[in-house]
Design a protein around this ligand. Structure first.
Ligand SMILES: Cc1cc2nc3c(=O)[nH]c(=O)nc-3n(C[C@H](O)[C@H](O)[C@H](O)COP(=O)(O)OP(=O)(O)OC[C@H]3O[C@@H](n4cnc5c(N)ncnc54)[C@H](O)[C@@H]3O)c2cc1C
Length: 570
């Protein structure tokens, strides 16, 4: 079976919805648009975004585009492409206003202007927020706006398994409809990849269960290089023991990080920024405190430090951080009004992703990527908090427009031979009902997560990374022998786990290989055996190309046209 559309948006998170709205808007509802999501639209991971969206909204009070650009570039440890950052800071305020016009309930200041809170690494209070449910309200606003357009068709709970490309030109996406068991093809003139990040390869993570890097892995296997994959962000405040995020907004609102001696230890590591230093620095500080015996002992090796909000008082916590209070009570049985919250660094964000240019265009004609799946090189080696939702909005808009304009110039759809789809269907369902495989996917996934948690985390070193690579390659061989005991094609969650885990293994290999090769410490990639940044040899982007024997690495230049790299101190 096949269906056709003009523009296909793969993913219904913030980036996907923003792209869909823009594609519908610029084509004045003339184009026929499909949005595909492996979950029901509003269950996309973006609804979890809590603390805010960064943009310069108060130049009259002292903020400026230059300052936002400088914060982002310094935060990136000088690996961001500076032309990309400049475009971003100019476009982000327009997106905040656009959402305002579409009806988002931004939290307000007493004079009616949008409120903004401090966030890590920003030198001005520029995280625009809607309580501590920013992503939820942004998603609802985009979804409501999309209702104005008639020619948008949704494919919810459809799992994409591969991108079909012929001679460097996009043809379509192969999809498994999990609600019916059908396997089908969507052909389209243009594709926007908006499938999000991949940190579910870690055990202790803030991510939704469905953020398994499918889009990155599909693109990689289809021949699109992945850029800067070795840079994985660890958020300093993952709640013990689940990893659920305690937003940076909690520190932005004045929360303290405290060790077992009652000291605000950030004084030692980032005296000017304290708890609102960039995430790579705060995460390293916490792990150093724990390793040097000043942490608290936690379950399953999850030793922690304290995030103390008690001095903020009930009124502020209830007004500004209601979700954090609810989550902490429900998942740690602690009321943050009364007691400190146990936290430690949790895998949180992929700085790397599908290689794109400044417009979000990939190397395949007709394919763009936006949001966390893509890497236009905004975040470099370390993302600043609140810059991701802003990135989703900015590049959602850019790629939605580019894809729509491209589709409007294409007269016909590239054909796809029937055999190509049948071969893909065979590949996807080959293990279904074959209970005779020797491996259990859940065991394989747990081993992958344990390996990544132990060896590819906040601090890294050569021998640990080598151990991780060996293990990841072993798991890749073992997953070939996996059993899928469920024989149904409808909601076969056993099969979903196999597809996801295969994707996570491929991506883990790119992360580890990139980390082994990069013999320096920069941003979130911190090697004990190469503890300093090496600007002469390593101011360059990593590109990982797929090969059946593992990633082939090459390197590309970083655009530096505003500020030369300097030592990074806070
Ligand atoms: C808990 C938490 C809080 C955060 N808070 C903030 C914040 O306050 N500010 C900020 O700037 N950033 C924040 N971030 C980061 C930010 O939320 C994410 O980077 C961003 O929302 C990603 O959006 P996205 O549109 O790229 O992808 P997602 O929202 O992850 O959406 C991905 C979409 O792709 C679909 N998809 C994936 N694979 C497939 C497949 N195989 N087939 C079909 N569909 C597929 C999914 O169904 C989904 O619709 C936070 C992250 C976390 C984990």
């Amino acid at each position: 079976m096949e269906v056709t559309h003009d523009v296909l948006i793969l993913g219904s998170g913030l980036a996907g919805l923003r792209a869909a709205v823009e594609a519908a808007r610029v084509s004045q509802d003339q184009l026929d648009i499909a949005i595909v999501s492996r979950v029901q639209l509003m269950r996309s991971h973006s609804v979890c975004a809590e603390g805010g969206t960064a943009a310069v909204m108060r130049p009259e009070d002292g903020d400026s585009l230059e300052l936002h650009a400088w914060d982002t570039i310094r935060g990136s440890d000088f690996l961001a492409d500076q032309d990309v950052v400049w475009l971003f800071v100019q476009e982000a305020p327009k997106e905040i206003l656009q959402l305002d016009h579409w009806g988002i309930p931004w939290s307000r200041r007493p004079d009616g202007r949008v409120n903004q809170r401090p966030f890590g690494g920003h030198s001005f209070d520029r995280a625009t927020f809607a309580e501590d449910k920013t992503g939820f309200f942004e998603m609802h606003t985009l979804y409501d706006t999309l209702q104005k357009y008639a020619r948008v068709k949704r494919y919810d709970e459809c799992y994409a398994t591969s991108i079909l490309i012929d001679n460097g030109v996009f043809q379509g996406i192969a999809l498994w409809d999990m609600t019916t068991g059908d396997f089908f093809l969507i052909r389209a003139k243009a594709l926007v990849m908006a499938t999000g990040g991949a940190c579910r390869m870690y055990g202790f993570t803030t991510y939704s269960l469905t953020a398994t890097g499918d889009g990155m892995a599909m693109a990689y296997r289809a021949g699109m290089p992945l850029k800067d994959m070795e840079f994985v962000q660890f958020h300093p405040t993952g709640l013990i023991p689940s990893g659920i995020l305690i937003t940076e907004g909690a520190r932005g609102e004045g929360g303290y990080l405290v060790n077992n001696k009652g000291e605000r230890f950030m004084q030692k590591y980032a005296p000017s920024k304290m708890e609102t230093a960039p995430r790579d620095i705060v995460s390293r500080s916490e792990i150093t405190e724990i390793l040097e015996g000043r942490g608290f002992s936690g379950p399953d090796g999850l030793d922690f430090v304290h995030l103390d909000l008690t001095h903020l008082g009930a009124k502020k916590i209830n007004e500004r951080l209601p979700l954090i209070r609810e989550v902490t009570i429900k998942f740690a049985f602690i009321d943050p009004i009364e007691k400190p919250i146990p936290v430690r660094p949790a895998a949180h964000y992929c700085m790397g992703g599908i290689d794109t240019n400044i417009d979000g265009a990939t190397q395949v004609k007709g394919v763009w990527a936006a949001g966390e799946v893509g890497c236009e090189s905004l975040h470099g080696a370390n993302r600043l908090g609140a810059n991701s939702t802003a990135e989703c909005l900015v590049w959602g808009k850019i790629t939605g427009e580019k894809a729509a304009r491209h589709a409007m110039t294409q007269k016909s759809l590239p054909p796809v031979p029937e055999k190509k789809l049948r071969d893909e269907e065979k590949r996807v369902f080959q293990q279904v009902g074959h209970g005779d495989g020797s491996e259990d996917v859940f065991v394989i996934r747990t081993e992958l997560q344990r390996t990544m948690d132990q060896n590819v985390a906040v601090y890294r070193n050569g021998p640990d990374l080598d151990t991780a690579l060996k293990k990841v390659r072993e798991l890749r061989r073992r997953i070939e022998r996996v059993k899928v005991t469920d024989s149904s094609r409808v909601y076969n969650t056993n099969l979903v786990a196999v597809l996801e885990t295969t994707n996570l293994i491929d991506l883990a290999e790119t992360i580890v290989a990139g980390a082994i090769a990069r013999k320096e410490s920069r941003g979130a990639h911190s090697r004990r055996d190469f503890p300093t940044r090496d600007d002469i040899n390593w101011t360059k982007h990593t590109l990982a190309h797929y090969s059946p024997d593992g990633p082939l690495l090459e390197y590309g230049p970083v655009t530096i046209n505003m500020w030369n790299p300097v030592e990074r101190k806070y």
